[in-house]
Design a protein around this ligand. Structure first.
Ligand SMILES: C=CC1=C(C)c2cc3[nH]c(cc4nc(cc5[nH]c(cc1n2)c(C)c5CCC(=O)O)C(CCC(=O)O)=C4C)c(C)c3C=C
Ligand code: FE2
Length: 435
């Protein structure tokens, strides 16, 4: 299958959006059911088939705004998919604790996960599929995504600080300086059960069942070697990387992501998102750093705030999303026209020494808090080249001065080093770290 595998693309970035069409037309994308006839092929053949499927549709890399929900986003590339690539509608994010103390076992887990991720992102079931294998053995795939399309599934892995701890996996010298333990910011009320993790996987898809299925397979494959520490479902993107599309709205009803880093803005990605060759940790070149924050919104209080107060809090109007004093959403904000504690004024790069983030967050609603209020908010995900010059200065500013703090609270937190992309069928998540 080597000929049909998408060729390794050294130096071929996922952000090179205009040059490639990564989207697989809905009609052409295989559904998981349509490939079940390949049963008996096993994981190895399945992996090759996945490569063939992607190659057949012309994809060699990701980072391209995909066209429709039936498409497959290529798994191989210089950068992992799920960062600069178009943001899908749904999220299942999971943080894992590594249970094994054996480095070789951890490496084999990462290889197994890579093989499964390669298949699932191509819309294929794991291994021999959900049925048709040995009657005496459990099926390789749990089956709940059979018949569903790839749904632009992306799986993005990250490595938490704990992986680099002394006397654990021999990685203490490999910890990047940019992967800092976050300080406790004013107002933080962090729940340890919703924070941290040795590994994370961000599963994004247009179909929630596809995203949930993917995390479940990885958890199942990891059994005994890793365990889910916490996970978060997200139902509506609150930022996009595709500025030509309509800007999504958050749970406070405001357009969110207007001034996000665009997935096609190569210069901004190189400057603010991708780790460069001179940044200090060679194994991270082409990767990025992820900050995840579970931010609870006190939406009942927010809903009683006047429209004027709501617009003052953000420094943008609610209908159009235009910055104060300007008529259109995309107009350049004039920060001094906003209240001194307006969120946009404080978060803007000009207020933070030029710091900029690629935001990829989702809304969540997780039942009630037991006090008659919805446990709702924003699961904030932000990618950056260095946490020290990305999230930290912005959040220091926001935590101290932001008018929005009256209506929100940070209740979960985690940081991860997100390694570069998997180049080809022989590559695997974390190779550059463990090599
Ligand atoms: C530390 C970084 C940030 C956190 C935490 C954060 C929380 C947060 N944001 C909103 C809603 C909006 N944010 C907007 C803009 C914006 N926010 C950040 C950073 C954080 N936000 C940045 C860098 C920016 C862009 C600033 C700029 O360059 O102008 C907006 C306006 C629209 C937009 O540009 O995206 C909204 C709305 C919520 C609700 C929230 C926590 C719950
Ligand atoms: Fe914000």
């Amino acid at each position: 299958m080597a000929e049909s595998e998408p060729a390794a693309q050294p130096g071929h970035g996922n952000d090179d959006a205009a040059a490639r069409t990564a989207a697989v037309p809905a009609a052409a994308a295989p559904s998981r059911r349509s490939v079940l006839g390949w049963g008996g092929a096993g994981l190895a053949l399945g992996a090759a088939a996945a490569g063939g499927a992607v190659a057949a549709f012309g994809g060699a890399s990701d980072g391209v705004p995909a066209a429709s929900s039936g498409t497959a986003v290529p798994f191989h590339g210089e950068h992992q998919a799920g960062i600069a690539s178009a943001v899908q509608d749904r999220l299942h994010f999971a943080a894992f604790d590594v249970k094994t103390a054996d480095r070789a076992e951890l490496v084999s887990l990462l290889k197994d996960w890579t093989a499964a991720a390669r298949l699932m992102t191509a819309g294929l079931p794991v291994g021999e599929g959900g049925f048709g294998g040995l009657p005496e053995a459990p099926p390789d795939d749990t089956g709940e995504a059979l018949g569903l399309h790839a749904s632009r599934l992306t799986l993005t892995i990250g490595f938490g600080p704990g992986l680099f701890a002394k006397d654990r996996f021999g990685l203490e010298d490999r910890r990047p300086g940019a992967l800092v333990d976050l300080e406790l910011f004013p107002g933080d009320n962090l729940d340890p059960a919703r924070s941290g993790g040795d590994l994370c996987v961000q599963a994004c898809a247009d179909d929630p069942q596809v995203a949930v299925h993917a995390i479940r397979q990885l958890a199942r494959i990891g059994f005994g070697r890793t365990a889910v520490r916490w996970s978060q479902l997200g139902f509506g993107k609150t930022s996009s990387t595709t500025p030509d599309e309509q800007t999504p709205r958050n749970m406070m009803g405001f357009k969110d992501g207007t001034r996000n880093v665009a997935g096609t803005d190569r210069a901004a990605l190189e400057r603010h998102v991708w780790v460069g060759p001179g940044d200090g940790s060679d194994w991270m070149t082409g990767g990025s750093y992820l900050v995840a924050r579970r931010i609870r919104m006190h939406i009942e209080t927010w809903d009683r705030a006047s429209l004027q107060e709501q617009e003052d809090v953000f420094g943008r109007d609610k209908g159009e999303g235009a910055p104060v004093g300007k008529p259109k959403e995309r107009d350049e904000p004039f920060l001094k026209a906003m209240k001194p504690d307006a969120h946009v004024r404080l978060a803007h790069p000009d207020s933070n020494g030029g710091a900029a983030l690629l935001r990829r967050g989702y809304s969540f609603t997780d039942g009630t808090d037991g006090l008659g209020r919805l446990d709702a908010g924003l699961f904030f995900l932000a990618y950056q080249r260095d946490v020290r010059t990305g999230f930290v200065p912005v959040q220091r500013n926001l935590a101290r001065h932001d008018a929005l703090n009256e209506y929100i609270q940070h209740v979960g937190s985690a940081v991860f080093a997100v390694p570069p992309g998997v180049r080809d069928k022989d590559d695997w998540w974390g190779r550059t770290l463990f090599a």
